[in-house]
Design a protein around this ligand. Structure first.
Ligand code: AMP
Ligand code: GLY
Length: 393
């Protein structure tokens, strides 16, 4: 099987690395890739915002399976374009990707499916903002309605701060979503979906704030671990039954069946699991800790999801250990990052590349906000964490 991974982050490096261990894979490509993926896959060029270019590459490279990592091409319809060429694609249609691309659409689907989530209101007129803010609190959650790479959210007990963020978004022409605050630990549950059948992966947790001890602005995720030793037994089954399957059924009923990875971002509240958000793709950095624990060959599994045959796939095989990743970000992130700094030691095991670039002299340099995702794997969580930080050092 010729497998083409689309994307250039540490998530795609993790996907390509796992696919490279699948004996069924005869050729592996990654577009646009990065210096890390180049060690396991052929690097190909593509514009991630251009569905026709992605489909064209899939045809010319003779891909049997295309795995689309990021949300931007999915929301733009890259999976539709690939499937229109008769090539299996792991990733939802543009219609199904709206579950991530529009928070208002996600809320509508959840309400129709009876899925527990925060109460919310969309505000698109600054004149209605103060009255709407008064209906929320004492902790305010203010979000951008569209794709914001995890950075469009402010959670605050300061109503002035909430107001300023909302006005800033509205000024930019973005509708704002206000939400009730969900209290409780967060968990990310990734589910493979073939349109109807749902196969959950191990639950993980990521840390979104930039600073130590979970402080500072939200980012795309600064670190993650899996599995969750504190999670109640039965959590995964409960979330599939009360959250994921109902949403998958509702999307199918609307004529927008979901094929790919449905990521449920959950708050485990005293009233049970509630949805914070859905993503239409593998999470970053959680993928970097979930995939190293999976023994089942990845490409065959994703191919089954892409071709509607997950119900005939054997049960997943997990290694039983734990994994931890630490994201190394550039100075300035999540604002404008400093780039061009030389990185040493980036070729080691467990070092996944994101914003890196190989300079003409061969040196690997930073080229983005999220630079590396360093992964430790061990029998238990504490040792995996030590292993991750030892590699970082
Ligand atoms: P999102 O971009 O929707 O994933 O939000 C980013 C982060 O903001 C989440 O991971 C949570 O930590 C936090 N967050 C978002 N919505 C809520 C909510 N309704 N209640 C509490 N925290 C939230
Ligand atoms: N880890 C958060 C995300 O992938 O959106």
């Amino acid at each position: 099987m010729r497998v083409l991974v689309i994307g250039s982050g540490a998530r795609e490096h993790a996907l390509a690395l796992a696919a490279s261990h699948d004996p069924a894979v005869t050729a592996l490509g990654c577009a646009p890739g990065n210096p890390g993926t180049a060690a396991v896959a052929e690097t190909l060029g593509v514009d991630l915002t251009d569905p026709a270019a992605i489909a064209g590459l899939a045809v010319s490279w003779r891909a049997d399976l295309v795995v689309i990592g990021p949300e931007v091409p999915l929301v733009a319809g890259a999976a539709d374009a690939v499937r229109a060429e008769g090539i299996a694609c792991f990733g939802p249609s543009a219609a199904a990707a709206r579950i991530e691309g529009s928070k208002a659409f996600a809320k509508d689907v959840m309400n129709a499916a009876g899925v527990p989530t925060a109460r919310s209101e969309v505000v698109d007129n600054p004149a209605h903002l103060d009255a709407a803010l008064a209906r929320f609190g004492p902790t305010w959650v203010v979000k951008d309605d569209g794709l914001a790479a995890g950075k469009g959210v402010v959670v605050t007990t300061d109503v002035e701060r909430a107001r300023k963020h909302a006005l800033m978004l509205l000024d930019g022409g973005h509708p704002v979503v206000l939400e009730s605050f969900l209290d409780g630990p967060e968990a990310s549950l990734f589910c493979l979906v073939d349109g109807r059948t749902v196969v959950p992966l191990l639950p993980a947790q990521d840390f979104k704030r930039v600073g130590d001890d979970d402080t500072g602005p939200n980012t795309g995720g600064m670190g993650a671990y899996a599995p969750l030793p504190w999670a109640p037994p039965g959590l995964v089954d409960e979330v599939v039954a009360t959250v994921v399957q109902p949403v998958v059924d509702e999307l199918d009923r609307r004529g927008a069946p979901f094929q790919g990875l449905l990521y449920a971002g959950l708050a485990l509240t005293s009233a049970g699991p509630q949805v914070i958000e859905f993503n239409c793709r593998f999470g970053d950095p959680e993928t970097q800790v979930v995939l190293p624990l999976l023994r089942t060959p990845l490409a065959g599994l994703l191919h089954a999801a892409a071709t509607g045959s997950l119900d005939r796939h054997p049960p997943l095989d997990w290694s039983g250990g734990a994994a931890v990743t630490v994201v190394l970000a550039a100075d300035g992130y999540p604002g404008k990052p400093r780039t061009g700094d030389v990185i040493t030691g980036s070729e080691g095991d467990g070092v996944l590349h994101a914003g890196t670039r190989r300079r003409e002299d061969g040196a690997v340099v930073s080229a983005g906000g999220r630079v590396l995702s360093v992964v430790g794997v061990a029998d238990d969580l504490g040792t995996a964490r030590e292993d991750a930080y030892a590699r970082v050092a």
